[in-house]
Structure formats: structure tokens, C-alpha cells
Design a protein around this ligand. Sequence first.
Ligand SMILES: Nc1ncnc2c1ncn2[C@@H]1O[C@H](COP(=O)(O)OP(=O)(O)OP(=O)(O)O)[C@@H](O)[C@H]1O
Ligand SMILES: [Mg+2]
Length: 664
Amino acid sequence: MLIGLQNVTFEFGARVIVEEATWHIHPGERIGLIGYNGTGKSTLLKVLVGQYTPSVGTVEKSKETTIGYLHQDLLSFDTNESILEVAMGAFEKIKQLEKEIEELGNILENSSDEKLLHDYSDKLHELEVLGGYTIHHRTEEVLHGLGFETADMNRPYKEFSGGWRMRVLLAKMILQQPDVLLLDEPTNHLDLPSIEWLEKYLLHYQGSVVIVSHDKYFLNRMVNKIVELYQQRLHIYSGNYDFYEQEKAVRVDLQQKAYENQQDYIRQNERLVERFRAKASKAAMAQSLMKKLDKLDRIEEPELIRPNLKINFSIDKQPGKIICELKNVSKAFGENIILDAADAEINRGDKIALIGANGKGKSTVLRIVAGTEPYSGERNWGHNVDESFYAQHQLEALHLENDLLEEMKAARSGKNDLELRSLLGAFLFSGDDVDKRIKVLSGGEKARVALAKVIVSKANFLLLDEPTNHLDMHSVELLAEALNNYEGSYLLVSHDRFFISKTANKIWEIEDHKIKEFKGSYQEYVEWKERMEKQKRKDDRSQSIDDRKAGEQKNKEQVIKKEEVKVQEPPVNSQPSTVHLDRDQKKELQKIQRQFQKAEEEVNKKNKRKAELEIELGKPENYSDHQKFVSLEAEYKKVMQDLATATSDYEKLFEKIMEMEGGA
Ligand SMILES: Nc1ncnc2c1ncn2[C@@H]1O[C@H](COP(=O)(O)OP(=O)(O)OP(=O)(O)O)[C@@H](O)[C@H]1O
Ligand SMILES: [Mg+2]
């Protein structure tokens, strides 16, 4: 076991988060930690890393176990340090050592103490053993792998968008190479390519992983064990998320049946007790029956308790036909151009999803529309438009020291305390909860407060930046429903395809620094994209056929089939220059020519296998089968290596033959 909880109970004041939890994390395990918003998942991770101490029970951890922990509030972490420095934070020990060496060096300038000198050279040695001279280089390598340019390395961390910040922190953790990774909602803020990158990394990662996530697709691919925190208890399921769903239904069903049976039994016996009681002779029996019933271990009714947010967006007044228009808008951060003379228009009834990769400027566009970001060009509001902005950096938008009620009052809706309390109740904050300070809220709870603030405004136009981040799956569904019923218009940014497909009637994409609009749902957009791709491929193909026809007339050899080795005509039997060779040399040449042919076959064979594997790796069913995917990918790597070796052999032999034929 690497780390674990033994009979742990943890509470915040009177609120029990988890009771009698026992959970051991073993090497190589891939665990999804799930549960509704606010059940205590993040708290549990903090207990594991020692930030919180349980009131009962122990956290067990072997001394050597190293832990990498990615916390949920990463947007609250802000620094002027460059991303290189932030990522190099992984090498705390080395940096400490460097500091000690420098200090010792300073002292040694004016002293010749034997012992100090000894210390100094010991430390230098240790630094070398720890790889202290390569950390700079290694860090840069990992950051490059995550898509950062060399020019980015020295830019301050705070200049980067949420998705890119997440990557910096991931890089730091990767460099630490811990035995256990604890990831608290790692896919929040990440775009699809980065999620795919993370999935790849995790698949090859040797240690154990615990992932808190509300994303079932991600969980299905990444974990083979689920730990659910539900009603203050840990429930363990040995499978992925789909398995958990099925198995949970079975368990609930079984418990329901057991519960009903027991209730029947209790009722029967209670009737007997009633009857016996009436007769003096049977009073003793009635007594003992009652005792038996008292002692009975009662089975609880397994009613599924789900948090049901009551989200109800409503508007105060109808706006005019045009909500907002952007004309000739340009925006750049230094050399990074986001928009260049872009136009766009938002009409009443538009429900727009703005999609695209991290860093393309989605949040920036939202802020430009909201007016919280400077730009050049024109932005015109329509008639009677009331907008409300749900910012991505919720933590920055909320006031951490406020309690819930104060925070709601700050929205200046004109509602009184009672009304605000009841609104908070709809967002699942009841009773004492409203006295909680914002800073202690869980990720999902903060998101709920921010949503409640949007709702209280009764705006007829909403700007929503990643509103599903931190929300549990059930709440995401409820939010989508509420947005469907909303009479107003909105512009939202989300990476959640399920959510976009449920909520948008138009798609915006930032392309070539312009805002491109697609009128239709996400589904239609995807289909349209696919058609365009197909059309493009067809065009390319007919283009290449035309080229070939033209080429054939001019020069046969111009067309090279892509999969085949692109080398000059093999020199076998080419030039009859072998006449210059003596017998032994000829023999040698023939031998090499045979080897050459073999090498060529080998290269073609590997190329063929490579193409087959690429097709296999592209099939979605192979992604859901973890074992198969891993083995396919391993084979693919091997084939690529073999191919490199075979190609290099082939080329060497080719050169040799050329040399012998031409040179001798
Ligand atoms: N320091 C604290 N003092 C009091 N209550 C706290 C404190 N920290 C967290 N809580 C409460 O404990 C509960 C569990 O919080 P936690 O952050 O662990 O939830 P979570 O399961 O991670 O939720 P989410 O899915 O929303 O991230 C929440 O109701 C939260 O408000
Ligand atoms: Mg959490």
C-alpha cells in the first residue's frame, strides 16, 4: 500500500464529511473519486496529503511514498513568476541544495575551514547525483511537449489563460514523478486536444492515480476503480464509470428488496405482538418478540438522494431585435493577435456557443462583449439590453470574505433577505449554510453561488464562461434544461460537448482572427464539418489524379506513392559498372544486394503494419478497451522503432552498393 485511510472520520464543526472510511491505495491503481458537489471529495484529498487531520482514525503513508497533488482552485493561484520558474518548482530539493551551495561558497571565500570545504564538495556531488545540472533543460522539454513555445518560457504565469495555466501545473507535477497522483478535476479548463494529451500521459504513467472528476467519458477511459463518496460513506466499485452506474443500480435494487422484505417481516411480527398482548397467557411471548424486533439490524431504505438545483432564469423586460453588434473589432496581446477587424452580430433569441482551442481567445471575446476588456473598433448595444456575466475566474468574481447572503446582496437585485434566502435554498444552500464564507465553499458550491447571482439579475442577455466547470453531472443536466427554458439570449463558452449540443442554436468559432458563425445546433455543425472535410479530401484526391495524368505525360517518375519508401531506384542491376570489380568484390556486392532486397522488404512490411495499426488506433472501441489500447499502442511504438532501424539499414546498404559500383 502506498497511502490510505484507516477508519477515518472527518468533520467541519457539526458537519460530518466522511465517517469510518477505510481506503487503501495500492501501486498501479487508477481510481476515480466521485460524488455530488459538496460531498467532500476535495476535502478527502486534503486529508490524504495531510492538510487536514481526521478527528478519528489515521492516515497511513509509507515514508518513501511521494505524492503529486493538483488542487481544484488553480485559478486562485497567481504569480508574476515565469512559467519556467513555476514548473521548476518541481525541484524543490535541488533548489534548496543550490541555495545551500551558494551560501557555503560565500562563506568559503573568506575561510578555509576543513569541514566546511568537505560539506561543500559533498553537496556539489549530491547536486550532480540528483541531476541538478539538467533541470532547466528537462523542464523546457516537458513544457515544449505540452505545446509551449520557447518564447513563452519566460512570460509570467499570470498572463496565461486557464487551460494553459493548468498545463504549467501539470508540467510541474510530471517533473516531480511522484508515486501517487491526486488530481482534483484536472479537465476543468482544458480543451479537447489537451484532455487527449493528458489521457495519453496518464495511460503511460506508471504510478497510481486518483482522479476527482465529473466527466464520465474521461473517467471511463482513465480509471478501473471507482470510489464514491455518498452520504458520508465511501463505496468502492471495481470498474470504470459505466460499471459503477450499472453496479450501483443493482446494489440499490438489492437493498430495496431487502428493505421491503424486512418491512414485511416487521409488520407481521408487530401484528403478532398486538394479538399476543390481548391474551394474558401470551404476554411473555409478546415481550420476547418485541425484544427481538428491537434488536433487529434495520435496513435503511435506499432512496437515491440527489441534489436538485432549481434553476429558473427569467427576464425582466424584452430587448430589441439586435442585442449587440461588433464592428471592425481588433484585439491583440503583444504579438498574439486574437481578432483582426472582426464583425459579429447577436440577435434576440440567439443561443450561441463559442468554441475552439485553449488560448484562441474565447474568454477574451466574451470579455470584449461584456466590456471588461479593452479593444479597438465598435461595439454597439441594442435597445433595452440587460446583460449579466458569469466569469470563468469565478474565484476572482466572488468576494472570498463575504458570507453567502452578503455575496447575494452585493448583486444589488433589490430583493430582501428572505427572498435571497429562498433563492439560495433553490441552489441547495439551506439553514446555516447561508452564514458560510465564500472561501470555504467547494468548487461546485462556488459555481452555484455565481449562477445564483446571474439569475437574481433577471438579465435578458447572459455571457457564460464555462458554466459547467465544477458542476456535477446531474447539475449540468439541470442547467442545460434551465437554459433551454430561458427566454433571453446568451453567448457561452464551454468545452463540454454534451452541454453545447443541448444548449446552442448557433456556433461561433474564432478562425483567422475573425468570428465565423454557423447557424445551427452543434450536431449540425459537426456534420457540416465532416462533410466539408470529406469534400476537401475528395478535391485533394481528384487534384492528385489530375496531377498524375499531367505528370505521366511529362515524366513518369514524378508520382510517388505515399506509403512506399521514397528512395531512388534501387541500384540493383542498374549500372553495369560492376565490370571493374574482381571476383571477390563481385561476390561481396551480390551479398550486399541480397541484404538490400531483404531490407527493402522489411521496410515495406513495417510500413504496412504501421498503416494497419493506425487504423486500429483510430477506432473508438479500442479507446474504451484500456488493455487493448495499451497493447496496440505499445506495438505501434515498437513498429515505429523497427521501422527507423530498418530504414537506416536500408539506406546504409544503398550507400554501400553505390560506393562499390561507382567507386571501385
Ligand atoms: N474550511 C471549511 N470550513 C467549513 N466547511 C467547509 C470547509 N471547507 C469545505 N467545507 C464544506 O465541506 C463540504 C465539502 O467540500 P469539498 O470541497 O470537499 O467538496 P467536493 O466534494 O470537492 O465538491 P465539488 O464537487 O463541488 O468540488 C462543502 O459543503 C464545503 O462547503
Ligand atoms: Mg472539489
